[in-house]
Write a protein that binds this ligand. Sequence first.
Ligand code: C5P
Length: 318
Amino acid sequence: MTVTVRSFAKINLGLYIGLPRADGFHDLRTVYQTIALHDVIRVQVARGTGIEIECSDPRVPRDESNTCWRIAERVMRELGASGKVTIGIEKKLPVQGGLGAGSSNAVATMLALERALKKSLPGAARLRVASEVGSDLPLFLIGGTALGVGRGEEVYPVPDLPATPLVVVTPAVGVSTPRAFADWDRLTRSGASDRLLEVGRVLSAWLSGSPNTGASAGGRSRAGSLLSDLVRTGIENDFERVVFPQYPELRDMKCALERAGAGYASLSGSGSTLYGLFRTRAAAVKAAGRLRKQGLKAVATTTLTRQQYWKRFLVSGC
Ligand code: C5P
């Protein structure tokens, strides 16, 4: 039996980096938001042993360095299961794009593999295994809008932001996350820790006080109020300060998104992907068309609430 699932991407609505920790990771604060763009993952368990990755994209490793391979190996061990695991990755999301594609692929593999084996890990074990494989994995066990703290692996579901139209621009370059963190260290050196406390207040005020967490407020569209909240609160992605000087074309793409009408535009994660949020689907579609005419790889999509994320997750497999 083959289990097929959608492996959705995420964007970061703000990302604040703290000081490097003793384990080499950085403390951070971010709001993760899942979006409708996705890869497709197919998992099959047959007689035999071993793990095989099938993917036609040459940029995706097919050995044990692949996050899907690493999580499958752990899930088989945790469940005491045996068999030959084949993981098919239909790649549509960018590699090294800041959309969490590799992390999302791994979580999709874990859940599809459990289903194929007709066994499941307890929730706490899933979170532990996911965070062992990478900081960005646990968010995909929650979906929708989630606050990320610690090294990003400690995730808390927060009231979902409304489904919001957006345009995603994928540049040709990829950005290395470890290198972007190292560049951040060289840029800052001190003061980041105190700053995170302040940022925590900003993010929680935004998330708890926002009128977007409920129904429309005062006649404003819900997407509209989300945008003005983000702009008013001045929520930013720290990675822009190290990635834009290195890749000036990415700053130009953010400006192009703003010129095309985005109410809020930002780098996602450490990039290279940029996104812009729009008030309406029609405005996002029009902007994506305009950006494509300028030679950019742009696509209109939407953010996914937690309910939409889980409703669309399973494609097939009993
Ligand atoms: O956890 P993940 O495998 O995605 O991290 C990749 C690399 O990014 C880490 O080895 C580390 O260098 C850097 N990183 C960091 N602080 C974080 C997350 C990642 O320094 N919070």
